[in-house]
Design a protein around this ligand. Sequence first.
Ligand SMILES: Cc1cc2nc3c(=O)[nH]c(=O)nc-3n(C[C@H](O)[C@H](O)[C@H](O)COP(=O)(O)O)c2cc1C
Ligand SMILES: [Mn+2]
Length: 474
Amino acid sequence: MGPKDLREFLQAIEASGDLVTVNDEIDWDEELSGLGRLSCERQGPAFMFNDVKDYDGWRVTTNPIATWRRMAIALGLPADTPVRKLYEIYAERETATIPPVIVKDGPCKEVTIVGDKLDLFDLPTPMIHEGDGGRYLGTWDLVVSKSHDSDWANWGMYRFMVHNEKYLTGYPRPTSHLGKMLLDGYVPKGKPMPIAIVIGADVASHFAAAATFHLNRNEADLAGGLGGRPVELVKCLTNDLMVPATAEIVIEAEVLPDGIAQEGPYGEYPGYRSGEMGDALCCRVTGITHRRNPILTVDTTGFMDSSATTTTISGAIAIKRRLEKHGIPVVDVYVPPEGGVHLAIVSVKRGGAETAKKIVEVLTQRRALMSKIIVVDEDVDVFNIPAVLHAFATKCHPERGTHIHTYTGRANALTPAYSQEERAKRLGASVAFDVTWPPEWPVGTTPVRATLDQMHASAMQKKVLDRWQSLGLK
Ligand SMILES: Cc1cc2nc3c(=O)[nH]c(=O)nc-3n(C[C@H](O)[C@H](O)[C@H](O)COP(=O)(O)O)c2cc1C
Ligand SMILES: [Mn+2]
């Protein structure tokens, strides 16, 4: 079972040496996020900042899940669990959903603020990067919304920026489930859409919010599966939405059906500041509730952030399921966090040009997040980046091995390689690199890899391995 709330998770990563506590004063204005940023780039620890300038009584934690070690602990596993194993366990738990339970009260209600007392500047919201459009409150969050005409309660992780004391502006993409709910249900009727921006819930709930999950299905069930226990939900103060009861902070708000506000730019997950300030949805805060001595969690978004670790695991599993559904003989899929959620590595039982072409088509049919797909033979371990790089450098034919697929209207507007014009028109392309031996080459004519396991007979391999062991080598 995973940790029951954020505090239990933080204790666990402190015990394993993956959390560093800072008791000296630190500035919310770029300083604490700067430390968090450097830690992502160096695969260092999460931080707990106990003394944030101007914000007595508040604490800030950066990048809860920016390493596989912290992901493992979040899933209730040993910190050194191999990535392949994490993928297997995550995929298993995704299919074993557990519905939430409703409780009457919870720690997230220890302090409640409504009416004139509401002021977003009372929260220690950091200025994360120089050049951001403002202070970002929602980075590692969980945003609850409910369908206008059904019981579907969606959870998504979307960025939100402080606009003024009582207004926030946010960037759920129009293709996100929140975006669809708003545009299909509330905007046509001219009704405000209630939302709850939840910060510091149990980690499994945040995984569920960031996961690639079905339309019309509740991520709360997925959170139960991932954490191995039902999530406890409690009703909001100023609307009927249900939120995780152990959350550190809950911002209750309503999205205006007929108002917009300026949002961005923001240092984003591909590892670059993306775009200009632009029109975005606008929300009026209706209530704030929080735990005593609350902890604001922050993802210092950019290269190797929490988003890279979290979204790549559920994204890769979704890609594998999708390829299987389309009859591709897929073995493994890995989306390495170093690729900024733009690169997928797919191993297949039988490769070749037709397979590579089909893979790039299938993976760009609806949304097109991956711009590079490396297709390898199954004897290449997709989790072993040096092995993948070796195969790519040697086996991909520069001309016949490159399969480009272009599309309009669904390109990822955050892809750094696209020009401003391409982004505006959502024009893009994805490429599959075929790093497999052509299936039409006669058996026995493909080059043999010069490795111990391929170039030597099994008797010699055994002899060498025995000698290796007797030399005391690992
Ligand atoms: C730290 C983090 C930040 C994210 N920020 C955004 C965002 O601002 N806008 C967005 O559309 N998706 C964002 N995502 C990705 C979504 O959470 C993800 O696509 C999720 O599946 C959305 O849920 P939905 O399918 O219910 O819309 C973010 C993910 C993470 C991990
Ligand atoms: Mn959803």
